[in-house]
Structure formats: C-alpha cells, structure tokens
Design a protein around this ligand. Structure first.
Ligand code: GDP
Ligand code: IMO
Ligand code: MG
Length: 426
C-alpha cells in the first residue's frame, strides 16, 4: 500500500465492524512508520494473532506489535484511561515493548466512570445493544461542550470544574433511568490524579507530530474502528455508534487535511456479521447461521456476544465504497466459507415490491427488505494455504470476481486465515 506517492493510508471497516481490521493493520504496519487510531474507543476489539498468541487491542493501535512502529491515539478517540493502562500492562507482560512509542492526543476526550454507568443504565443503550463502554455518553459530553480532555489533567482546578459539569449531567441521566448508582466527583478526581502520572507523559499534540512525520515522508496508517454501517451519519441510525467511522473521520480524528490521504482500504468479510441490534438484511436462517458462526468463530472480541451472520451484501459494500471513497478492498475470512456447497451474494433489495440496488437510509425500508440473491458454487477445498490468486480454487476466484464487479472497488488483499502470512496481496 505504501510507495513514493502513497504515504497516508486509511483502513476502515466497510460493514458492521469486526471485519478483520486488526489483522490487516498488523500486516500493513510492517511497512508503516506510524499507526494512528482516529475514532471510537474501548468499544473496539481488534484481534491480531502472532504465532500461537492472540492479542485483542481495544484502544492501542494494532501496529504496536511491530517493534519499530510508532503508535498514536488521535483526538477523535474517546479514551478510557483506566483500561488503557490495563492494555499497556498486558502487552508489556507479553513481552511487547511499548515504552516511548505510544502517544496520546492531548485533545482526546476521556471516558470517565460516570459515562460507563450511564451507558449501562440507559434504556436506549440496551435497545441498541451497545458495548457498555461509555462511548455514547462520552461523545455526548464532547458535543455538548462539557467533556474532559487529556490536557485538562494538567490543570487540577479546571479539571474539577469540568468533571463536576459532567457528573451533574450524569446524575440526572441516572436518576431518569431509575439507577441507584452514585457519581462521586472526589473519587473520579482521585482516580484521575493517580492515572495522570502515567497518562500525561504520553500526552502529545498528535496532529503536529503527524504533520512533522508527513513532512519527513513517513508512512502513516490511520486505523479505523467499528464499521461504515455503524457510522453516526452513514450507518443504520439509530443502531450505530457515536462517531464518524468512515474515512472522512480519519482526517478530523487525527488532525490532518483530507487531501493528505492517499488511499482508503475497506476491510470486508467474505460474508457479513453484526453484533448488537438493528437491521441486517442478509441475516441467515438457522441452522446455517449457527454453522457459519461456528466456522468463523463469530463471537465479539470485546463483549463475547454471539455475532449475527449473513451472506455477503453487495449493496452494503457498494455503499461503503461510496461514502468512504474506497480505493481498495481487503476481503477477509474467505476460508470460513471453504466447506459450504454453495454461497450467495445479495445483489438487490426488494422493498414493497420494488427492486433497489443502492442501500437505503430509511430504517423502516430496511426492515422490509427481501434480499435478492445470486447463488454461486462453493469450492469445498481449503484456501488456508493459498498465497496467490492462482492457488485459490476456481470457484473461490469466481466468487471474488463477482464481489469485485458488484461493489465497484478493486480487491487488493484476500485473507485466508488469522495468521500474518495467511494473506494474498493482489
Ligand atoms: P476487527 O474488529 O475488524 O479488528 O475484527 P475482530 O478482531 O473483532 O474480528 C475478526 C476475527 O476474525 C478475529 O478473531 C481475527 O483473528 C479473525 N480473522 C481475521 N482475518 C481472518 C481470516 O482471513 N480468516 C479467519 N478464519 N479468521 C480471520
Ligand atoms: P470493532 O472496531 C462491532 C456496535 C455495538 C452496538 C453499536 C453501538 O472491533 O469493529 P457502542 O458501544 O459503540 O455505543 O455500541 O455499535 N459496536 C461494534 N460492533 N465491532 C465493533 O468494533 C463495535 N463497536 C461498537 O455492538 O451495536
Ligand atoms: Mg472487533
């Protein structure tokens, strides 16, 4: 992906999250100088398998497993300082050296204990099926201009003021939800004082640092979390997360101009999954859904919840191509379909008797979708050892060709297993 004319590459999820962004970022980070997360928070779970070890990264960029790569958490992220250090300590225990190569934007907003309480207690969070990590309430405070930023930790007086504002709002939210949870400002401040000793040394003007790196022609990977269909504007609202997951969010969430971005890689599974509630037009019927879930080990990396599974939905990915300006597509988990005798691709939605080939914005329309499927032969051969397109069975190639022609973006990578080397670069 990186070359003389390609210095900034964005990796985004092009479905409903968990597409395998962690694996792809780890592979691409081999040639990167920097990997920067630009939105979301500890709701993300990005899995990277290294040999027989499996790492799940929530807030730290997936480039951290490459020793020479520097990693940053951008201003667009809502940072949970408590679990950040759990994550860092876990990596250090596993022998990963994090010291001196992890930076946190001083402009990033903090997720505080009361955000998690509100998320856990709120009926709307339950209806959406959030991860309970306090993401929505933290972004709400940011937009309502009562958020707490990393740089506030430098000013104890001001910190108390902003925490009090946030706490007051949280208390009324909790009371309305009938929760008996108590928000203790002194306890929050005491925890922040303790954490700031470790957090402030990581605080940085990430936008400026990335700008300088760009001037020095560094290769920079911007790592998205969640997926395009969970984007606050472009997703299946209100069944979405609270940030701009799409490529436009990358420029904002790091602090660079959109014209600096050279390539946008959309990661998609060879089928579709979704965790949490909301429309999933191609959701499989039982017992096939359970079979695919088992084949793909589709259980959430953050919450352990069973992921809902469906056939590949070309309308979803064509839409993601458009709203992200995808230059490339990385198809993951092709191997999961290896044993099926036939596979389907959704090529159209019938809604109220009318055919649609573009993804609609109206949730009520989405609920009525009858998917139109195109059936293709399965390959019933293992693809796990394929390292070139030629080594794939012809039926698998036909499947990928059909996907490519429908979604209007070229497939540049095909992943056929969790390990680093299990990838075909096209
Ligand atoms: P992310 O949130 O987009 O980083 O994805 P997750 O890590 O939540 O979920 C993807 C899961 O699929 C992880 O368990 C990965 O190890 C696994 N995975 C990634 N690529 C492949 C692949 O090509 N084949 C198989 N079988 N598993 C994969
Ligand atoms: P990665 O980065 C899949 C989903 C939740 C819920 C909705 C809102 O691993 O792909 P939130 O806690 O963000 O307010 O929940 O978004 N969700 C994800 N689904 N992968 C993720 O992250 C997700 N992060 C949030 O399940 O439906
Ligand atoms: Mg995930």
């Amino acid at each position: 992906m990186f070359g003389p004319d390609s210095r900034v590459v964005v990796v985004v999820g092009a479905q409903w999250g968990d597409e395998g962004k962690g694996k792809l970022v780890d592979v691409l980070a081999e040639r990167a100088d920097w990997v920067v997360r630009y939105q979301g928070g500890a709701n993300a779970g990005h899995t990277v398998d290294l040999g027989d070890r499996s790492f799940v990264l929530h807030q730290i960029p997936s480039g951290i497993l490459h020793p020479g790569v520097r990693c940053a958490i951008g201003n667009g992220v809502v940072l949970d300082p408590d679990t950040l250090f759990e994550e860092i300590d876990g990596l250090v225990t596993a022998g990963i050296d994090v010291e001196g190569r992890l930076y946190v934007s001083e402009r990033a907003h903090l997720v505080l204990p009361y955000h998690k309480m509100v998320d856990a207690a709120s009926a709307s969070s339950k209806a959406i099926g959030t991860t309970g990590r306090g993401i929505g309430p933290a972004y709400e405070d940011k937009i309502a201009r009562r958020g707490v930023r990393v740089l506030d930790l430098r000013h104890p007086e001001r910190l108390r003021e902003v925490v009090e504002k946030g706490a007051e709002n949280a208390r009324s939210r909790l009371a309305r939800s009938g929760s008996d949870k108590v928000v203790d400002v002194d306890a929050v401040l005491a925890q922040l004082e303790r954490l700031s000793k470790r957090l402030l040394p990581l605080a940085d003007d990430v936008s400026l640092t990335v700008h300088r790196a760009l001037k020095a022609r560094a290769a920079i990977l911007l790592e998205g979390a969640q997926g395009s269909l969970l984007d606050i504007d472009h997703g299946t609202y209100p069944y979405v997360t609270s940030s701009s997951t799409t490529a436009g969010g990358a420029a904002i969430g790091v602090g660079i101009g959109p014209n600096e971005i050279d390539a946008v890689v959309g990661v998609v599974k060879a089928y579709t999954t979704r965790v949490g509630n909301g429309p999933l037009p191609t959701e499989l019927a039982e017992p096939l859904q359970s079979e695919v879930r088992k084949l793909g080990n589709e259980f959430g990396a953050t919450t352990g919840r069973a992921r809902r599974c469906g056939w590949f939905d070309a309308l979803v990915v064509k839409y993601a191509t458009r709203v992200n300006g995808l230059s490339d597509l990385a198809v993951t988990k092709l191997d999961v379909l290896d044993t099926l005798d036939r596979v389907a691709i959704c090529t159209g939605y019938e809604i109220n008797g009318e055919m649609h080939e573009d993804f609609p914005g109206d949730l009520l329309a989405l609920e009525k979708v009858v998917p139109r499927y195109e059936w293709l032969d399965g390959w019933q051969t293992s693809t796990a050892d394929a390292r070139t397109l030629d080594e794939l069975p012809s039926q698998a190639r036909a499947y990928l060709d059909r996907v490519e022609s429908l979604v209007e973006a070229p497939i540049t990578y095909v992943s056929v297993g969790t390990r680093r080397e299990q990838i075909i670069g096209i």
